[in-house]
Design a protein around this ligand. Sequence first.
Ligand code: TRP
Length: 338
Amino acid sequence: MKTLTSTPNKLPLVELHKEPDGSVSKAAFAKDVEAGLSKKNKTLSSRYFYDSRGSQLFQDIMALPEYYLTRSEFEVLTDQKEAIAAEVAAEGFFHLIDLGAGDALKTKILLRELHKQKQQFDYVPVDISGHAMQELTERLHHELPDVPVQAVVGEYIQALEWLQEHKSERKVVLFLGSNIGNFTSDESMAFLKIVRSYLGSGDKLLMGMDLRKDPNTILDAYDDKTGVTAAFNLNLLRRINEELGGNFDLNCFSHYATYDPQAGVMRSYLVSRKRQEVWIEAIGKMFSFTAWETIHTENSHKYSLEQAQEMGKATNFSIETVFLDKNQYFADILFAVK
Ligand code: TRP
């Protein structure tokens, strides 16, 4: 499964993922959609949001005035880059492993600072999109030619497993954005335990966590006035139509977002505005919706700092430093392995 491809003009990528460019196989997509729409409480997985139109819409979400998450984390990284870089680099050479690197817009702030501080490291961006990793490698080659880059195309865990070949070398794992929040509580604990199992003493994890705040501020971020978030959520149905031969009428579904301030969970749904039936060719089945029946599409957890500490404790990490923006909306938390 491990192949090192090195074609002329292209920089070497380690490819652990078999599907081209982050796409999922049609069969796996169809199977997940069938399972989700057959449940009593229908669901569709948020992992299918990001086809090319979905990724574009998410870019638009990040530019919305209501969507504070991206801007807050940018502020954290920009305002505190000196301290963050010095702390992660404290103990000599390390691999900087960026889970879900994408275009690495946020990570580049740290890369530039680490380079400026003359820290010894190499950069290992990990992403499911081969295209994104190829582009990032080439761009970094021009922008930061002195920083060694080894991109890995694959799932997070696959990449960490691959890195076991470099067991003795220090590792700093980045899990930026608020991806941890999209896992269920059980999933996030399991994920942190797996990451921890691949790390040793002196290794670190810098993780983004969206914090609890005025519930209205959170709700607005997932239900903007201009309808970009609605289009993003509905794009899931458009993608099923396009890739699986579905006949969802997008005008007959709407976006609904609700925040549970006690659980600290933002929940997003698609609502069937009438009784209707939808045929999906690739599944060969008709799915029935009653009026106002919902499809759950994503949870986004918001954390208190106490919760972050508990999550660390339960998974054998200790919090070294909490980096916050001025509003205290978002935290990049540096977890250390004791
Ligand atoms: N995963 C992102 C988040 O939780 C994506 C997102 C933003 C999203 N707005 C959304 C997912 C609305 C579903 C519905 O912030």
